[in-house]
Design a protein around this ligand. Structure first.
Ligand SMILES: [Zn+2]
Length: 223
C-alpha cells in the first residue's frame, strides 16, 4: 500500500505513469490500463518526497489568507504549518493542534495576534541567533522584532539585528536562513561574493530558502 493518498486514479491507453498535483492540493495519478496497483504504489512511494513537497506547497497556496476574519476553522500559519483558528473561553492565546484564541479579545483580534506572533518570534529568533552565533563566532549587539512587510530581516551598521514578526509564520529553515543572512552581514555589509560564500558554508541550500521567501512572502501575513 502506498502511504500517500491518491485522490483520483485515471487509467487510460497511455504507456507510462504520471503524477499530477493540482492547485487545490489533489493528487491525480494517470496510469496505463493493464498495470498492477502494486507497481503504481511503488512508483508513488519512490516519488513520495517530491509529491509531499508539492502537496504541502499547494495546500498553503490554496488557503484563503487575506484578509483574516478570525472565525472558527480559519487557517493561520505558524512555523510553516497551518492551524485552524479556535475561539475559546480563556485569557491567553495558546497553540495546540489549533490556534486557541480568547473570545473576549475578538474585537481586537489582529492586534492581539500580532503581539503574540512578535513574542513567539522573539523567543525563537533569540534561540536561533545564539545557535548560529556560537557556530560562526559572529556577535550581534541586539535583536529587535519589527512589523516590516517585505523586509524580513536587516542588520544595522552597529550590529543590531531586526526581524519582522511575520517570519514566525515561515518554516524554521526559512527563519534560519534569514538569521544566518543577517548575521553574516555583521562581517560582510554587501551582497558580495564573499558574503554569499560565507552564507553557503553555513547553509549549503540557502538558495532554496531564498526562493521560498520570494515565492511565499505574500502568505506571511494576517492582514
Ligand atoms: Zn542582505
Amino acid at each position: 500500500m502506498s502511504e500517500i493518498k491518491i485522490d483520483k486514479l485515471v487509467r487510460s491507453k497511455r504507456r507510462t505513469i504520471a503524477i499530477i498535483v493540482t492547485r487545490d492540493a489533489q493528487l491525480i495519478v494517470r496510469a496505463p490500463f493493464g498495470i498492477k496497483d502494486k507497481i503504481i504504489d511503488d512508483f508513488i512511494n519512490r516519488k513520495s518526497k517530491w509529491i509531499n513537497k508539492k502537496l504541502e506547497k499547494a495546500k498553503i497556496k490554496c488557503l484563503n489568507f487575506n484578509p483574516k476574519q478570525f472565525v472558527n476553522g480559519e487557517s493561520f500559519l505558524y512555523l510553516g504549518k497551518s492551524y485552524p483558528f479556535k475561539i475559546v473561553e480563556s485569557n491567553r492565546i495558546v497553540l495546540t493542534d489549533s490556534l486557541e484564541f480568547p473570545g473576549k479579545f475578538l474585537t481586537h483580534a489582529g492586534i492581539y495576534l500580532k503581539e503574540w506572533y512578535k513574542l513567539q518570534l522573539l523567543k525563537t529568533i533569540t534561540e536561533r541567533v545564539c545557535m548560529y552565533s556560537e557556530m560562526t563566532g559572529l556577535i550581534h549587539r541586539s535583536i529587535k522584532i519589527t512589523s516590516a512587510k517585505k523586509r524580513f530581516g536587516s542588520c544595522s551598521p552597529n550590529g543590531s539585528l531586526n526581524f519582522s514578526w511575520r517570519l514566525m509564520m515561515a518554516p524554521l529553515n526559512i527563519i534560519d536562513y534569514v538569521v544566518v543572512h543577517e548575521l553574516v552581514h555583521i562581517e560582510e555589509r554587501n551582497h558580495s561574493k564573499n558574503f554569499w560564500n560565507k552564507v553557503r558554508i553555513i547553509l549549503p541550500d540557502y538558495k532554496q530558502s531564498e526562493k521560498w521567501l520570494k515565492d511565499n512572502s505574500q502568505l506571511l501575513t494576517i492582514e
